[in-house]
Design a protein around this ligand. Structure first.
Ligand code: SF4
Ligand code: SF4
Ligand code: FES
Length: 755
């Protein structure tokens, strides 16, 4: 991108051509007041507060591009008077309920009212009653506080991709037209909108969305708030603890906000999770699934039982909701005592990654700047919402195109863009190999002999997306890692990556699947006696309090994760844990480390990790829009892919069920969260339930691979078609056992009623 030189308030600045004045100012620590603009989203020009002078002409900094040689003035009498006028209008009829408002102390309306020195009110207009509304089980809307900045609409559309919020008529008093003589036309337009509109769900009365809560996060006032946080604390009483999302492999920067749990107890409690909305997005589980904490005291008897069990055990079974440091401790215990390390999901991912040959090349930034993104093998908005946000940004902000292939039709992904830029193709189970071969033939010099064809019209549409001159990223999910032809798929992806400029991303299925895959030598078969580490074993260590000894949850641990962008990012303790953690147990068994984070700089360098201590890892975003979080691992390992022949698999037109969780459930901790209420069981589209003559919550009897059991079936409005999915975040149904070594799709028979 070409560089240009501009001046802002006498400061000479070099910046990129085509950057907005506001972004250039922010990157260079020059403050310009702005309410409605959201970084990386389209400007709405709703607030008019960011007015500056560019070579003497008034422009809005969030919308005007910097031009070579231009001289910008951000503050003078005229501009300050305009900003004072804007804030006066915002303050007309804004209820003075700051004493109880959730936003008080961090409210942009309060801050800008002070900043612009509003000390008088020159305007009046009759108010209209605007009672509070409950948008859904997480989100409250107080229209009386709404300043119609439209940030909530913008973030939901441009970042999250759901477009679940829009405007509706407010039916407020009309402005007196004579005002046009006394106030500026910008101010009149802004006030007029304030009187005329409110926010509303775009479809139906209730907000039927993924409930990520980003709209709460961006609301500058206390208009959109979290039902779980309402009236629980003043913002200024909370201590912000930077951490990383523990529920999925975006491991996005988030803050646990903590204070004492009650007037009579000094025990710390997490009151909410927040994020730097200008730089990152959180999904619903990250934002609301924080309320499970493990409580325990050191107990000699439990410790002695644990050490006896470790002596007896030959196997440790675990999952990837652990830190890199815990993974290294398990690996060290393996090296010292020969334990088999069993983690089925990470093993499938590790095998796929090793057979792919090296670390995948793409990261989230590559997705955002791609011309074409091809998504394969993932029910994206459930498996990895943040990758969905990145793809939506590419479509919305970069005019990219996307091809989305999956047996389940996902309405959230389809809503990212119109068919001209996003083609969502619902294919049959077991067609993954055909589709990847098609892409290889179409977009690379590889030539595979195949008879597979899409139907003519679809073929034409797909072909129109496949421009070989484009910057292309292929995003692959867990269906591929567990596929009976996974080695064929991984070696073909390897061929694609070395025979073209196409970048590949292999989504780590759980929070730290990538870290576990790089740090641990995983085994395939269990031995005779197992320790379960947050998994069922002969002796179980559990953060849920359901095992033989209690261990801390991820909100109670210091350490690092290796995230989807191949970065080692730190997480911190929100609430202390008084029992034994894995490091304590390992020390009793002969390893030596005072704290778990003493392992951070010992992570394996030959796998790309660096010899950097935990306390040296940053965890923030800069005003320059740069991520200062941990470090990126190097692509240090190289395996020769084993080209394996393709097994011929047949879709016998059976009924299939898919292993997948509802949108806010990711693991046993989200399952234990009181804030997240999605049940375990089976989910299906409304049309599928109707075809089975079932209603939401009905009891059904399932048979999958000769295992019969009862559960409940629920509607998921976010999917279409005739494939249902079954949850695996709660062990009340035997999903984990049935699916532990295999493909995410299995034939199923479903009967109404209990056995
Ligand atoms: S919760 Fe998320 S998806 Fe729902 S309206 Fe808000 S931003 Fe949109
Ligand atoms: S609800 Fe909040 S974010 Fe949305 S328009 Fe109103 S003030 Fe702005
Ligand atoms: S920030 Fe520019 S118009 Fe609101």
């Amino acid at each position: 991108m070409a560089k240009i030189n501009i001046t802002i308030d006498n400061k000479a600045i070099e910046c990129n051509e085509n950057e907005t004045i506001l972004n250039v100012a922010r990157a260079n620590d020059v403050f310009i007041p702005a309410i409605c603009y959201l970084n990386d989203c389209s400007p709405t020009l709703a607030c008019r507060l960011c007015m500056v002078q560019s070579d003497g002409k008034q422009v809005f900094a969030c919308n005007a591009k910097a031009k070579d040689g231009v001289v910008i003035t951000t503050s003078n009498k005229e501009l300050e008077s305009h900003r004072n006028d804007v804030m006066q209008v915002y303050d007309v009829n804004h209820p003075l309920e700051c004493g109880v408002c959730d936003k008080s102390g961090e409210c942009e309306l309060q801050n800008y009212t002070h900043y612009t020195e509003v000390s008088t009110q020159n305007h009046t207009i009759a108010d209209t009653p605007r009672p509070q509304e409950e948008f859904n089980e997480d989100i409250l809307y107080n229209p009386g506080l709404c300043i119609m900045c439209e940030r909530c609409i913008t973030v939901c559309n441009d970042s999250v991709g759901e477009g679940a919020l829009g405007t509706r008529q407010r039916e407020g008093e009309s402005l007196n037209k004579d005002l046009k003589e006394t106030i500026s036309k910008d101010l009149f337009a802004m006030w007029n909108k304030l009187q005329k509109s409110l926010i509303a769900p775009t479809s139906g009365e209730n907000l039927d969305c993924s409930s990520c809560g980003e709209c709460i996060s961006v609301c500058p006032v206390g208009s959109l708030t979290s039902k779980h946080f309402e009236y629980t604390s003043n913002a200024w009483e909370l201590t912000k603890i930077p951490a990383s999302n523990p529920h999925s492999s975006d491991c996005e920067l988030m803050y646990y906000e903590v204070k004492h749990s009650s007037g009579t107890s000094n025990e710390a409690k997490i009151y909410r999770v927040t994020n730097d909305f200008g730089f990152s997005n959180l999904h619903g589980a990250a934002r609301f699934g924080f309320d499970y904490i493990s409580n325990s005291a050191k107990n000699e008897k439990e410790l002695s039982n644990t050490l006896i069990a470790f002596k007896k055990a030959d196997t440790i079974i675990f999952d990837s909701f652990i830190t890199n440091e815990e993974a290294l401790i398990l690996q060290r215990l393996k090296e010292k005592y020969g334990y088999k390390l069993i983690n089925h999901e990470a093993k499938a991912y590790q095998d796929f990654l090793y057979n792919f040959g090296h670390l995948y090349s793409a990261n989230t930034k590559d997705i955002k700047s791609s011309d074409l993104i091809i998504v394969l093998g993932t029910n994206l908005s459930h498996d990895h919402p943040n990758t969905g946000y990145a793809i939506n940004k590419a479509l919305k902000m970069n005019k990219a195109k996307a091809l989305y292939f999956h047996p389940i039709e996902n309405n959230i992904v389809s809503s990212f863009a119109k068919p001209k830029s996003l083609l969502s193709i619902t294919h049959k189970v077991y067609e993954e190999e055909n589709i990847l071969e098609y892409i290889a033939n179409k977009m690379t010099p590889i030539n595979i002999d195949t008879e597979f064809k899409f139907d003519d019209e679809l073929q034409e549409q797909i072909d129109s997306f496949c421009d070989t001159n484009s910057t292309v990223t292929i995003v692959v999910g867990e269906d591929y890692y567990t596929h009976p032809n996974s080695s064929y798929l991984s070696s073909l992806l390897h061929e694609i990556s070395i025979n073209s400029n196409i970048k590949v991303m292999l989504i780590p299925p759980k929070t730290n699947s990538l870290g576990v895959s790089l740090i641990c030598d995983l085994d395939k078969d269990e031995g005779e006696y197992s320790i379960g580490y947050n998994q069922k074993g002969d002796f179980t260590m559990s953060a849920l309090g359901t095992g033989d000894i209690q261990i801390p949850s991820l909100a109670q641990q210091e350490g690092t994760f290796t995230n989807i962008n191949k970065k080692v990012v730190p997480t911190n303790v929100a609430v202390t844990f008084d029992g034994y953690n894995l490091n304590d147990i390992a020390n009793f068994m002969g390893l030596e480390a005072k704290n778990t984070i003493d392992y951070t700089h010992e992570l394996p360098v030959f796998k790309g990790y660096k010899n950097i201590k935990f306390d040296e890892l940053d965890n923030f975003y800069g005003n320059d829009n740069i991520e200062y979080r941990g470090y990126e691992i190097e692509d240090n390992f190289c395996f020769i892919p084993q080209t394996s022949s393709k097994k011929e698999l047949e879709n016998k037109d059976e009924t299939y069920i898919y292993r997948c969780n509802p949108i806010k459930q990711f693991n046993y901790l989200t399952g234990a969260s009181k804030n997240i209420t999605e049940s375990h069981g089976v989910y299906a589209s409304k049309e599928y339930l109707d075809s089975l003559d079932l209603k939401s919550s009905d009891t059904i009897s399932l048979n999958i691979e000769n295992t019969t059991f009862d559960t409940n079936i629920y509607v998921d409005n976010k999917i279409n078609g005739n494939i249902c999915y079954i949850t695996d975040f709660n062990s009340a149904i035997p999903t984990e056992n049935i699916f532990k070594n295999g493909y995410r799709f299995k034939p199923v028979s479903i009967k109404k009623g209990a056995n």
